[in-house]
Design a protein around this ligand. Structure first.
Ligand code: IDC
Length: 349
Protein backbone atom coordinates (compact mmCIF):
# COMPACT_ATOMS: atom_id res chain seq x y z
CA UNK A 1 0.00 0.00 0.00
CA UNK A 2 1.29 3.40 -0.87
CA UNK A 3 2.34 6.07 1.57
CA UNK A 4 -0.01 8.51 -0.17
CA UNK A 5 -2.95 6.17 0.16
CA UNK A 6 -2.32 5.70 3.85
CA UNK A 7 -1.99 9.40 4.25
CA UNK A 8 -5.38 9.94 2.68
CA UNK A 9 -6.84 7.36 5.06
CA UNK A 10 -5.20 9.03 8.01
CA UNK A 11 -6.38 12.48 6.99
CA UNK A 12 -9.90 11.06 6.77
CA UNK A 13 -9.56 9.50 10.23
CA UNK A 14 -8.05 12.65 11.67
CA UNK A 15 -10.82 14.80 10.24
CA UNK A 16 -13.43 12.44 11.66
CA UNK A 17 -11.68 12.42 15.03
CA UNK A 18 -11.51 16.21 15.08
CA UNK A 19 -15.18 16.49 14.20
CA UNK A 20 -16.09 14.02 16.91
CA UNK A 21 -13.99 15.72 19.58
CA UNK A 22 -15.34 19.13 18.67
CA UNK A 23 -18.85 17.91 19.41
CA UNK A 24 -18.12 16.04 22.61
CA UNK A 25 -17.79 17.60 26.04
CA UNK A 26 -14.64 17.41 28.12
CA UNK A 27 -11.13 18.76 27.68
CA UNK A 28 -9.91 19.56 24.18
CA UNK A 29 -7.99 16.76 22.48
CA UNK A 30 -4.28 17.40 22.01
CA UNK A 31 -3.40 18.61 18.52
CA UNK A 32 -2.89 15.81 16.04
CA UNK A 33 0.42 16.39 14.40
CA UNK A 34 1.05 13.39 12.20
CA UNK A 35 0.39 13.88 8.51
CA UNK A 36 1.42 10.50 7.17
CA UNK A 37 0.59 7.09 8.52
CA UNK A 38 1.26 3.72 7.12
CA UNK A 39 2.24 0.45 8.72
CA UNK A 40 5.62 1.38 7.31
CA UNK A 41 5.91 4.96 8.51
CA UNK A 42 5.76 5.07 12.30
CA UNK A 43 3.95 7.86 14.12
CA UNK A 44 6.07 10.81 15.25
CA UNK A 45 8.88 9.86 12.85
CA UNK A 46 10.31 12.58 10.59
CA UNK A 47 8.27 11.43 7.57
CA UNK A 48 5.08 11.07 9.63
CA UNK A 49 5.47 14.65 10.85
CA UNK A 50 6.70 16.32 7.66
CA UNK A 51 5.25 14.24 4.82
CA UNK A 52 5.99 15.00 1.22
CA UNK A 53 8.62 17.65 0.59
CA UNK A 54 8.81 20.23 -2.12
CA UNK A 55 10.97 23.13 -3.19
CA UNK A 56 9.15 26.38 -2.70
CA UNK A 57 10.62 29.86 -3.05
CA UNK A 58 14.13 28.37 -3.26
CA UNK A 59 13.75 26.35 -0.06
CA UNK A 60 13.01 22.80 0.80
CA UNK A 61 9.64 22.81 2.56
CA UNK A 62 7.54 20.16 4.27
CA UNK A 63 3.91 19.30 3.67
CA UNK A 64 2.85 22.13 6.01
CA UNK A 65 4.68 24.63 3.83
CA UNK A 66 7.35 25.22 6.48
CA UNK A 67 11.03 25.40 5.66
CA UNK A 68 12.50 21.98 6.37
CA UNK A 69 16.05 20.70 6.70
CA UNK A 70 17.25 17.18 6.08
CA UNK A 71 20.46 16.16 7.82
CA UNK A 72 22.17 12.84 8.25
CA UNK A 73 24.77 10.45 6.94
CA UNK A 74 25.74 9.34 3.49
CA UNK A 75 26.74 5.72 3.13
CA UNK A 76 30.09 4.96 1.57
CA UNK A 77 29.66 3.07 -1.72
CA UNK A 78 27.02 0.42 -0.99
CA UNK A 79 28.99 -2.13 -3.05
CA UNK A 80 32.01 -1.58 -0.77
CA UNK A 81 30.14 -1.58 2.54
CA UNK A 82 26.77 -3.31 2.09
CA UNK A 83 26.60 -4.21 5.78
CA UNK A 84 25.53 -0.71 6.74
CA UNK A 85 22.41 -0.87 4.59
CA UNK A 86 20.66 -2.26 7.61
CA UNK A 87 17.57 -1.50 9.67
CA UNK A 88 19.46 -1.38 12.97
CA UNK A 89 22.10 0.90 11.50
CA UNK A 90 19.49 3.36 10.30
CA UNK A 91 17.61 3.11 13.59
CA UNK A 92 20.77 4.09 15.47
CA UNK A 93 21.23 7.02 13.09
CA UNK A 94 17.65 8.13 13.69
CA UNK A 95 17.35 7.55 17.43
CA UNK A 96 20.86 7.93 18.79
CA UNK A 97 22.32 10.34 16.24
CA UNK A 98 19.09 12.35 15.88
CA UNK A 99 19.18 12.38 12.05
CA UNK A 100 16.24 12.36 9.67
CA UNK A 101 17.70 11.20 6.38
CA UNK A 102 20.13 8.75 4.84
CA UNK A 103 21.85 8.96 1.47
CA UNK A 104 22.50 5.72 -0.40
CA UNK A 105 25.64 6.14 -2.54
CA UNK A 106 25.57 3.93 -5.63
CA UNK A 107 28.91 4.33 -7.41
CA UNK A 108 28.60 4.06 -11.16
CA UNK A 109 32.28 3.50 -12.06
CA UNK A 110 34.46 2.65 -9.05
CA UNK A 111 34.82 -0.62 -7.20
CA UNK A 112 32.22 -2.96 -8.66
CA UNK A 113 30.19 0.07 -9.65
CA UNK A 114 26.72 -0.28 -11.08
CA UNK A 115 27.99 0.33 -14.64
CA UNK A 116 31.46 -1.15 -14.32
CA UNK A 117 31.47 -4.74 -13.24
CA UNK A 118 29.11 -4.62 -10.26
CA UNK A 119 26.00 -6.79 -10.17
CA UNK A 120 23.14 -4.39 -10.94
CA UNK A 121 20.59 -6.84 -9.53
CA UNK A 122 22.37 -7.13 -6.20
CA UNK A 123 22.98 -3.41 -6.03
CA UNK A 124 19.34 -2.63 -6.77
CA UNK A 125 18.36 -5.08 -4.06
CA UNK A 126 20.53 -3.13 -1.62
CA UNK A 127 18.91 0.13 -2.72
CA UNK A 128 15.46 -1.37 -2.26
CA UNK A 129 16.36 -2.71 1.17
CA UNK A 130 17.72 0.70 2.08
CA UNK A 131 14.50 2.41 0.99
CA UNK A 132 12.43 -0.16 2.89
CA UNK A 133 14.39 0.32 6.12
CA UNK A 134 14.28 4.11 5.84
CA UNK A 135 10.55 4.00 5.16
CA UNK A 136 9.86 1.65 8.06
CA UNK A 137 11.73 4.08 10.30
CA UNK A 138 10.06 7.15 8.84
CA UNK A 139 13.32 8.60 7.51
CA UNK A 140 13.93 10.39 4.23
CA UNK A 141 16.21 8.59 1.78
CA UNK A 142 18.27 9.89 -1.14
CA UNK A 143 19.08 7.64 -4.09
CA UNK A 144 22.50 8.92 -5.13
CA UNK A 145 23.74 8.03 -8.63
CA UNK A 146 27.36 8.42 -7.60
CA UNK A 147 29.15 9.73 -10.68
CA UNK A 148 32.81 10.32 -9.88
CA UNK A 149 35.54 8.55 -11.87
CA UNK A 150 33.27 8.60 -14.92
CA UNK A 151 33.39 12.43 -14.68
CA UNK A 152 30.57 13.27 -17.09
CA UNK A 153 27.14 11.82 -16.24
CA UNK A 154 26.50 11.34 -19.96
CA UNK A 155 29.05 8.49 -19.98
CA UNK A 156 26.51 6.15 -18.38
CA UNK A 157 23.37 8.02 -19.38
CA UNK A 158 21.56 4.97 -20.75
CA UNK A 159 22.09 3.09 -17.50
CA UNK A 160 20.97 6.16 -15.55
CA UNK A 161 17.78 6.48 -17.62
CA UNK A 162 16.92 2.84 -16.95
CA UNK A 163 17.79 3.05 -13.27
CA UNK A 164 15.76 6.18 -12.57
CA UNK A 165 12.86 4.95 -14.66
CA UNK A 166 12.70 1.77 -12.61
CA UNK A 167 13.21 3.43 -9.22
CA UNK A 168 10.71 6.23 -9.77
CA UNK A 169 8.10 3.68 -10.88
CA UNK A 170 8.69 1.74 -7.67
CA UNK A 171 8.64 4.77 -5.39
CA UNK A 172 6.14 7.03 -7.13
CA UNK A 173 3.86 6.97 -4.08
CA UNK A 174 6.57 7.29 -1.45
CA UNK A 175 6.77 10.65 0.28
CA UNK A 176 10.28 10.02 1.57
CA UNK A 177 12.38 9.27 -1.53
CA UNK A 178 14.55 11.94 -3.19
CA UNK A 179 16.58 11.40 -6.35
CA UNK A 180 20.15 12.65 -6.78
CA UNK A 181 20.93 12.22 -10.46
CA UNK A 182 24.71 12.82 -10.57
CA UNK A 183 26.90 13.06 -7.49
CA UNK A 184 29.93 15.00 -8.74
CA UNK A 185 30.47 15.76 -12.40
CA UNK A 186 34.08 16.84 -12.75
CA UNK A 187 37.00 17.59 -15.05
CA UNK A 188 35.68 18.13 -18.56
CA UNK A 189 31.98 17.87 -17.63
CA UNK A 190 30.51 21.32 -18.28
CA UNK A 191 27.30 22.75 -16.87
CA UNK A 192 25.85 22.54 -20.39
CA UNK A 193 26.52 18.83 -20.62
CA UNK A 194 25.09 18.27 -17.12
CA UNK A 195 22.00 20.25 -18.13
CA UNK A 196 21.55 18.19 -21.24
CA UNK A 197 21.80 14.98 -19.12
CA UNK A 198 19.37 16.39 -16.54
CA UNK A 199 16.88 17.29 -19.27
CA UNK A 200 16.70 13.62 -20.19
CA UNK A 201 16.68 12.12 -16.68
CA UNK A 202 14.27 14.55 -14.99
CA UNK A 203 11.35 13.90 -17.39
CA UNK A 204 11.81 10.15 -16.95
CA UNK A 205 11.49 10.48 -13.16
CA UNK A 206 8.67 12.99 -13.44
CA UNK A 207 6.71 10.74 -15.81
CA UNK A 208 6.32 8.39 -12.83
CA UNK A 209 6.39 10.84 -9.96
CA UNK A 210 5.41 14.27 -11.15
CA UNK A 211 6.49 16.16 -8.05
CA UNK A 212 9.58 14.19 -7.00
CA UNK A 213 12.32 16.27 -5.39
CA UNK A 214 15.46 15.93 -7.52
CA UNK A 215 19.03 16.96 -6.66
CA UNK A 216 21.28 17.94 -9.57
CA UNK A 217 25.08 17.83 -9.29
CA UNK A 218 27.13 20.79 -10.51
CA UNK A 219 30.52 21.06 -12.28
CA UNK A 220 33.91 20.69 -10.54
CA UNK A 221 32.88 18.01 -8.03
CA UNK A 222 29.64 19.85 -7.24
CA UNK A 223 31.28 23.12 -6.29
CA UNK A 224 30.25 25.32 -9.21
CA UNK A 225 26.76 26.20 -8.08
CA UNK A 226 27.30 29.71 -9.46
CA UNK A 227 27.01 28.24 -12.95
CA UNK A 228 23.65 26.73 -12.03
CA UNK A 229 22.56 30.06 -10.52
CA UNK A 230 23.48 31.85 -13.75
CA UNK A 231 21.58 29.35 -15.87
CA UNK A 232 19.20 27.17 -13.88
CA UNK A 233 17.18 24.28 -15.28
CA UNK A 234 13.58 24.95 -16.23
CA UNK A 235 11.91 22.52 -13.79
CA UNK A 236 10.44 22.95 -10.35
CA UNK A 237 11.23 20.90 -7.24
CA UNK A 238 14.95 20.90 -7.99
CA UNK A 239 17.86 21.41 -5.62
CA UNK A 240 21.43 21.99 -6.80
CA UNK A 241 24.26 20.11 -5.10
CA UNK A 242 27.06 21.92 -3.32
CA UNK A 243 29.76 19.68 -1.81
CA UNK A 244 32.51 20.79 0.54
CA UNK A 245 35.37 19.18 2.40
CA UNK A 246 36.14 21.41 5.35
CA UNK A 247 39.94 21.23 5.24
CA UNK A 248 39.98 22.11 1.51
CA UNK A 249 36.96 24.31 0.83
CA UNK A 250 36.69 27.27 3.13
CA UNK A 251 35.52 30.86 3.08
CA UNK A 252 35.65 31.29 -0.69
CA UNK A 253 33.13 28.50 -1.22
CA UNK A 254 30.91 29.77 1.59
CA UNK A 255 30.98 33.18 -0.13
CA UNK A 256 29.85 31.51 -3.32
CA UNK A 257 27.03 29.83 -1.44
CA UNK A 258 25.93 33.16 0.06
CA UNK A 259 25.92 34.78 -3.37
CA UNK A 260 23.92 31.95 -4.95
CA UNK A 261 21.40 31.94 -2.09
CA UNK A 262 20.92 35.67 -2.58
CA UNK A 263 20.20 34.91 -6.22
CA UNK A 264 17.51 32.43 -5.16
CA UNK A 265 19.25 29.15 -5.96
CA UNK A 266 17.86 26.15 -4.03
CA UNK A 267 20.86 24.26 -2.64
CA UNK A 268 21.39 20.88 -0.99
CA UNK A 269 24.75 19.91 0.50
CA UNK A 270 24.24 16.27 -0.36
CA UNK A 271 27.82 15.44 0.65
CA UNK A 272 30.40 17.06 2.86
CA UNK A 273 33.47 15.93 4.74
CA UNK A 274 35.07 17.30 7.87
CA UNK A 275 38.54 16.51 6.43
CA UNK A 276 40.17 17.33 3.08
CA UNK A 277 38.81 16.49 -0.35
CA UNK A 278 40.73 13.21 -0.54
CA UNK A 279 38.46 11.88 2.22
CA UNK A 280 41.61 11.46 4.25
CA UNK A 281 44.19 13.71 5.88
CA UNK A 282 43.39 15.65 8.99
CA UNK A 283 40.06 17.04 10.08
CA UNK A 284 39.34 20.73 10.31
CA UNK A 285 36.48 20.85 12.78
CA UNK A 286 36.68 24.62 13.07
CA UNK A 287 35.92 25.02 9.36
CA UNK A 288 33.35 22.21 9.54
CA UNK A 289 31.53 24.05 12.34
CA UNK A 290 31.56 27.31 10.35
CA UNK A 291 30.00 25.44 7.43
CA UNK A 292 27.33 23.62 9.40
CA UNK A 293 26.35 26.71 11.36
CA UNK A 294 25.88 28.56 8.08
CA UNK A 295 23.81 25.72 6.65
CA UNK A 296 21.69 25.52 9.80
CA UNK A 297 21.11 29.26 9.68
CA UNK A 298 19.69 28.95 6.17
CA UNK A 299 18.06 25.57 6.80
CA UNK A 300 20.09 24.02 4.01
CA UNK A 301 20.09 20.24 4.09
CA UNK A 302 23.28 18.18 4.39
CA UNK A 303 24.69 14.64 4.46
CA UNK A 304 28.06 13.71 5.92
CA UNK A 305 30.51 11.44 4.08
CA UNK A 306 30.81 8.55 5.11
CA UNK A 307 29.15 5.72 7.01
CA UNK A 308 31.82 3.02 7.06
CA UNK A 309 34.76 1.71 9.04
CA UNK A 310 37.33 2.21 6.30
CA UNK A 311 40.75 3.30 7.53
CA UNK A 312 40.34 6.85 6.25
CA UNK A 313 39.59 10.07 8.07
CA UNK A 314 36.12 10.58 6.62
CA UNK A 315 34.77 7.20 7.78
CA UNK A 316 32.78 7.66 10.98
CA UNK A 317 33.32 4.20 12.46
CA UNK A 318 36.64 3.11 13.85
CA UNK A 319 38.44 0.64 11.51
CA UNK A 320 38.66 -1.99 14.23
CA UNK A 321 34.96 -1.79 15.07
CA UNK A 322 32.77 -4.19 13.17
CA UNK A 323 29.47 -3.37 14.85
CA UNK A 324 26.80 -2.09 12.52
CA UNK A 325 24.79 -0.18 15.11
CA UNK A 326 24.72 1.29 18.63
CA UNK A 327 28.32 2.39 18.55
CA UNK A 328 29.89 3.66 21.73
CA UNK A 329 32.01 6.82 21.40
CA UNK A 330 35.23 4.79 21.51
CA UNK A 331 33.97 2.67 18.60
CA UNK A 332 33.72 5.74 16.39
CA UNK A 333 36.49 7.59 14.62
CA UNK A 334 37.37 11.16 15.59
CA UNK A 335 35.09 12.23 12.72
CA UNK A 336 32.29 9.98 13.96
CA UNK A 337 32.44 11.35 17.48
CA UNK A 338 32.41 14.93 16.26
CA UNK A 339 29.61 14.62 13.73
CA UNK A 340 27.37 12.44 15.92
CA UNK A 341 27.68 15.05 18.67
CA UNK A 342 26.87 17.79 16.19
CA UNK A 343 23.79 15.93 14.98
CA UNK A 344 22.64 15.32 18.55
CA UNK A 345 22.86 19.01 19.32
CA UNK A 346 20.75 19.83 16.24
CA UNK A 347 17.21 20.84 17.15
CA UNK A 348 15.01 17.86 16.25
CA UNK A 349 13.00 18.41 13.09
C1 IDC B 1 36.09 8.38 -1.71
C2 IDC B 1 36.11 7.40 -0.58
C3 IDC B 1 37.25 6.43 -0.74
C4 IDC B 1 37.17 5.79 -2.11
C5 IDC B 1 37.09 6.84 -3.20
C6 IDC B 1 36.87 6.23 -4.58
O1 IDC B 1 36.16 8.09 0.65
O2 IDC B 1 37.23 5.44 0.27
O3 IDC B 1 38.32 4.99 -2.31
O4 IDC B 1 36.01 7.72 -2.95
O5 IDC B 1 37.13 7.14 -5.58
C7 IDC B 1 34.06 12.89 -3.04
C8 IDC B 1 33.29 11.76 -3.59
C9 IDC B 1 33.44 10.53 -2.75
C10 IDC B 1 34.87 10.37 -2.27
C11 IDC B 1 35.20 11.53 -1.34
C12 IDC B 1 36.59 11.49 -0.76
O6 IDC B 1 31.92 12.06 -3.79
O7 IDC B 1 33.05 9.42 -3.52
O8 IDC B 1 34.94 9.17 -1.56
N1 IDC B 1 34.97 12.79 -2.06
O9 IDC B 1 37.55 11.52 -1.78
N2 IDC B 1 34.02 14.15 -3.43
C13 IDC B 1 34.93 14.84 -2.74
C14 IDC B 1 35.54 13.99 -1.86
Amino acid sequence: MSVKKYRRVLIFLMTSALLLTSFSPGPAAPPLKAVAATPLVPAASPVALHGKLQVSESRLTDCHGNSFQLYGMSTHGIAWFPQYVNRDTFRTLRDDWNTNCIRLALYTAEYNGYCSGGDPKELKKLIKNGVDYATELGMYVILDWHVLKDQDPNVYKTEALNFFHEMSALYRDYDNVLYEICNEPNSYATWDSIKSYAREIIPVIRANDEDAVIIVGTPTWSQDIHQAAASPLEYDNLLYALHFYAATHTDWLRQRLNTCLAQGLPVFVSEFGTCDASGNGSNDFQQAALWLELLDRYQISYCCWNLANKAETSSVISPDCHKICEWKPEELSETGRWISDYFRSHPAQ
